[in-house]
Design a protein around this ligand. Structure first.
Ligand code: ADP
Length: 259
């Protein structure tokens, strides 16, 4: 609420269900939510509640058993560059391509920015935006730290200029200190680019730190428990009493016992 874009629905999920056959799992049932233009929309929930499944359905990697995903009013049918994804996996880059070529390649495949020269320039712009120095443009993924690889993955996704940026626990495999830095970088990028971001995490602090909205999912079947507007005022310091209060609310909602 309060950011003046409530009428501008970017993504609408209605009656979404996903049932896997082998093994039989009702991964999602009757999931409904709306994401507005410019939201930093965090999805949180325990392991197995269908967070990744939700993102994969939005990305178009899988088809729902029931329900719809609407992006700007159009039903998602297949993957597309308007929904770029950043995964948790630190091996999502092409190992045989340099940093720069990793970012340029999808731009070429999708015939964006007109010419190779423009694509190189755009790729460099986004690599600088995620804080990677020019000297790493010619490095290969195996020469980069985990945090740097995730920066490249984020630059690659941003360069596609997607309508929504999908991030599936992007910092889940990153050490705590680097994770804090990357969270701050993503916040800065979100403020600069005004991108609509869907960000999956199972970490309560991360959701409170980043999200303007926080969707809480529950398990068995994967379903919506509650959608919150983040009540903690930026810069959302852990020392803010509102932070602690909201943390407790989420902690309890996620099925932990009140202490
Ligand atoms: P989360 O991301 O919240 O941990 P997932 O979306 O990965 O949850 O999984 C939701 C449920 O669906 C889990 O029970 C998981 O085991 C199951 N599941 C996910 N992908 C598949 C698949 N390809 N085949 C069968 N079951 C799956």
């Amino acid at each position: 609420m309060g950011n003046g874009n409530e009428n501008n629905v970017k993504l609408k999920v209605t009656g979404l269900a996903k049932r896997y056959i082998d093994p039989p799992v009702q991964a999602l049932k009757d999931v409904e939510f709306e994401v507005y233009d410019g939201d930093f929309f965090c999805i949180i929930g325990p392991s197995g509640c269908g967070k990744s499944t939700t993102l994969r359905l939005i990305a178009g990697f899988e088809k729902p058993t029931d329900g719809q995903v609407l992006l700007d009013g159009n039903e998602v049918q297949e993957p597309g560059p308007d929904r770029a994804m950043v995964f948790q996996d630190l091996n999502q880059l092409f190992p045989w391509k340099t940093t720069l070529k990793n970012v340029v390649y999808p731009l070429k495949v999708n015939k964006l920015y007109g010419s190779n020269k423009n694509r190189m320039e755009e790729a460099q712009k986004f690599l600088r935006m995620v804080g990677l120095d020019e000297k790493f443009d010619s490095a290969f993924p195996h020469q980069l730290s985990g945090g740097m690889k995730q920066r490249v993955a984020i630059a690659r996704a941003l360069a596609l200029d997607p309508k929504v940026l999908l991030m599936d626990e992007p910092f889940g495999s990153i050490d705590a200190q680097t994770r804090t830095t990357l969270q701050q970088e993503v916040m800065k990028i979100w403020e600069e680019t005004k991108k609509t971001i869907l960000f999956v995490t199972h970490n309560i602090e991360e959701a409170i730190l980043l999200g303007t909205k926080i969707l809480v999912l529950g398990t068995d079947p994967g379903r919506v428990l509650e959608l919150f507007d983040n009540p903690v005022a930026p810069p959302r310091l852990a020392t803010d009493p509102d932070f602690g209060k909201f943390w407790k609310t989420l902690y309890n909602l996620l099925g932990h016992k009140d202490e």
